[in-house]
Design a binder for this molecule. Structure first.
Ligand code: SF4
Length: 493
């Protein structure tokens, strides 16, 4: 049996980092972890080929080779997923689909033959058994949660690793918190389910054995959901694993209470974590109460961010406007907060209600749902009717994006961050790609972009005053170039 695994293309979004990847000659940020994991569960005597449409086009000869085409996608990949499915059907192939897009919207894809929904560890084996028996059903779904101790090492040998900026590992699923707009808990539950240290080290060993020496993204929605297991099991194992290894710094996502635990932050940086994405959402207490973001309430959010930065973690932040409690003054407060915090990578979006969330249910009950979600968190779109006048909300959102990604405010933020940041490890691996990226930045940002004045100011300031942070300053300049390009494409600046 020949199985073609297809990962649809991402549009040009905030998180795609497409414009930054050109600088280091990479084609995509991270590989399709879900498909690589599914491939490892499929029978070993099946032939598998993986096409990530973010790194190369899906070709007719790929489809001709396949007996079945398996597509996995997130919501933001919807248009490309549709195209891939149509092409596979036109080529006469049986199509199997899974992943968050189809778990939420499988009824919108009548042409798909089989759906493997929810967690593949649970829904794939019964499909394979029915297929072997000659009577596969159309939909396989489960409301149970998979035991991650059974999740195999992904089939990384199918992935052309050289095209990616980072590799991915998933250590846990589920989150103890209850933010009403988040579908993580709706899909994966509240009790964090974990892989063992043995599994994580086996995954890292495999990546290292295949020659990987760059960043590894722990794609958990909340890496610190079970702090005891991290402190006693995983982080000590990671610290031991990294001894004598080159490259391989770690990035992850965590809730803001990480800032309350100096021991955990210290262990994380010792283990090689350099960066963490945190859902800050809003400095407005009432809006935090409205969305049940209890962990962010009654705390000095700026001080929390700075504690993480001083501990050696770069903080990327997610921000939302458009809560019912927001007022027209919220926009200025968001701008001031983002600048003060020194969060360089600030992803700001309008409030959206993903399918399956408490917010979705509330919006449905209040008759406030609009069309389907774009799945892009920072394109200024929403699928709900806000309480604020929509034009005021749009103008306020545009104001935030225009201001925080203007060259002056963006570079001010980089400076604010570099002042606070105490790197625990060398966070930029200097290989020939990075040297090339540096040279390109001098031309594309230092000469050709509207940020050239700020670029050279930061360049010389950092070079002379904090040379140990120079590589990071150039990296952020390249990020700024990407964010400006995406905002321009979205008509936001
Ligand atoms: S902390 Fe993050 S992952 Fe957890 S429920 Fe809130 S938004 Fe979702």
């Amino acid at each position: 049996m020949n199985i073609l695994l297809v990962y649809p293309e991402f549009p040009d979004t905030f998180w795609s980092f497409k414009h930054a990847l050109h600088f280091i000659q990479k084609r995509a940020s991270s590989p399709p972890l879900g498909l690589a994991t599914i491939a490892a569960i499929l029978p070993s005597d099946w032939h598998k080929r993986l096409v990530d449409m973010n790194t190369r086009p899906l070709q007719e000869r790929d489809l001709a080779w396949a007996d079945m085409v398996w597509v996995s996608a997130m919501v933001v990949q919807r248009p490309s997923a549709r195209e891939a499915i149509q092409r596979a059907k036109a080529a006469g192939k049986r199509v199997v689909a899974g992943g968050p897009l189809f778990t939420g919207e499988h009824q919108d894809f009548p042409e798909v033959d089989h759906f493997i929904l929810n967690e593949g560890e649970l829904t794939l084996p019964p499909f394979l058994a029915d297929l072997a028996a000659g009577a596969p059903r159309r939909v396989y779904a489960s409301s149970d949660y998979a035991d991650m101790a059974q999740t195999p090492v992904p089939a990384w040998e199918l992935v052309e690793m050289r095209h990616y900026d980072s590799m991915s590992i998933q250590y846990s699923r589920g989150c103890p918190f209850n933010c009403d707009f988040c579908n993580v808990t709706a899909l994966l539950g509240h009790r964090p389910r974990l892989k063992s240290a043995r599994q994580i080290i086996a995954e890292l060993d495999r990546l290292y054995e295949l020659g990987w020496r760059r960043n590894v993204f722990f794609v958990d929605d909340n890496f610190i959901g079970n702090r005891k297991a991290l402190k006693e099991d995983i982080l000590p194992a990671l610290i031991a694993w990294r001894q004598g290894k080159r490259g391989c710094n770690f990035i992850t996502e965590a809730s803001i209470n990480l800032a309350d635990d100096p021991e955990l932050m210290s262990l994380m940086t010792q283990a090689g974590f350099i960066s963490v994405f945190v859902g800050i959402e809003t400095p407005e207490e009432e809006s935090l109460a409205e969305c049940h973001k209890s962990q962010n309430r009654n705390r000095d959010l700026v001080a929390s961010v700075k504690r993480m930065q001083r501990a050696g973690l770069q903080v990327m932040g997610g921000f939302i406007v458009g809560f019912d409690s927001d007022t027209p003054s919220t926009f200025q407060r968001q701008i001031a907060f983002i600048q003060e915090s020194g969060i360089v990578t600030a992803m700001v979006g309008l409030l959206q209600a993903p399918y399956g969330t408490k917010l979705y249910q509330r919006m449905e009950a209040e008759n406030r749902l609009l069309t389907e979600m774009s799945g892009d968190n920072a394109d200024g779109s929403t699928n709900i009717i806000p309480t604020m006048d929509p034009e005021t909300l749009k103008a306020g959102y545009r104001e935030i994006m225009t201001r925080i990604y203007s060259p002056r405010l963006f570079y001010d933020r980089v400076r604010e961050f570099l002042r606070e940041y105490q790197p625990a490890v060398q966070s930029v691996n200097l290989a020939w790609r990075e040297v090339l990226a540096f040279l390109r930045s001098m031309w594309w940002i230092g000469v050709m972009s509207e940020a050239r004045r700020e670029y050279w100011r930061l360049f010389f300031e950092t070079l002379f005053k904090a040379p140990e942070k120079f590589a990071l300053a150039i990296t952020f300049s390249i990020y700024g170039y990407h964010f400006s390009a995406v905002n321009r494409k979205n008509g936001l600046i």
